[in-house]
Design a protein around this ligand. Sequence first.
Ligand code: UD1
Ligand code: CA
Length: 463
Amino acid sequence: MARLTAVILAAGKGTRMVSDLAKVLHNVNGRPMLSYVIDAARGAGADNILLVVGHGADQVKEVYGDDCLYCMQMPQLGTGHALQVALPYLPADCEDIMVICGDTPVISAETLSDFYLYYKKSDVSATVLAAELADPGGYGRIVRGADGNVERIVEQRDASEQEKQIKEINTGAYCFRLQDVAEVIADLQPNNAQGEYYLTDVIPALAAAGKSVNAQIMDDSKEFFGVNDRLQLAQAAKILRQRKCRQLMLAGVSIIDPKTTYIEDSVKIGPDTVIEPNVIIRGATVIGQGCFIGKDCDITDSIVGAGSSLKKAVLWEAQTGKNCNIGPFAYLRPGTVLSDNVKVGDFVEIKKSQIGTGSKVPHLSYIGDAVVGEKVNIGCGTITCNYDGYHKYPTEIGDGAFIGSNTNLVAPVKVGKNATVAAGSTITEAVPEEALGIARGKQANKEGWSAKKRKKEQELSNK
Ligand code: UD1
Ligand code: CA
């Protein structure tokens, strides 16, 4: 098949976003909206992507680097002008171009792929991607001739009352035979309400040159939904979230309530995992098979091993092994690496620490900058005192060690294999293997003390 280049129009200012960020870079369910458009174009078979950039050009180039070709359109004199500017930058072997807008993140690869095939089969100079809308307000209307052929496209502002009744609209996506469009593009005139060079005027120009033009009417008109302000940004995000949930469910993930589940596009989740409502999963997170992600979990850029269970947990650049049991109310911060079968219970915070296979940190602990071996039990309320106000220091706990409740481990410090630390200790020196470390005030009992206290109080109140 002929070499296809996608020309993505992304030069506009996006004034209504009220933002310093280029409109097409605004985040939609975890990725810049332009990334969805680029992926859809590649999915439709585009060998190259040419981005027409203007406002925020540097920001866009920084994100996509060498993945795309670029051309600068400054000032922006309309969609037709954008293509005029783009043509000299097309690869030499390019035969067909697909022009799409950078602000329509909901468009799918399937739709664009279908569209390109439709264009190729029709053997025409141009195909417009059209849609039929009950409320076509604001869009360019497709005007067909008596024979049903596409004659021209008229913008809302330039349309007659009769033309405004037309329900068939231009979605803003086109396929063109490059050679044919190149012949007419230079002749566009800005004779319209906005004084712009309209890409849509290429259609009658091609027809006048004796070339054939047609339109494909798309099924799901939601897909060309364009983002112009933050309300539409939120609507697009909602559509893409639902799409992501749907893909995951079809791939074997149980999502109890897709409406309240926020899973970013880049996240991967294995089959037989169950996700409860009000969960947020972001970024490069990978969740294994057969996990349970309970209500209110918030997981970012983390790895969760197969068979693990998370309840009301916050994970951020953290990793769990298989069959771990986390929460409720656990906070795993960057650099946390749990091996398999680890238990992290309620009100536990772990940072930049490794916890070995089968170890437990069941309640009310802070573990930071620590290396904890296998089958270690860390008692309730244990704290690694890793910071002296200037530097962070490591704590090491050997395999099989038992740390009694309410222990302070003042780092740098080591607890040897199978050692025991007595509850309530403040450990400042190494505890050798197999030893008992005890570091707390010795208990003294004063016999009859309470009775004496009562007597004294009685005497005072009688005075
Ligand atoms: C355009 C179509 C309209 C169609 C609608 C679908 C024209 C004249 N009209 O109208 O028929 O129904 O899209 O959404 O094409 N852009 C540039 N450079 C420019 C102008 C625009 O890169 O000089 C980019 C914008 O950033 C945007 C896209 O092109 O991504 C569409 O431009 P916009 O001005 O929004 O066109 P519409 O008025 O929506
Ligand atoms: Ca628009």
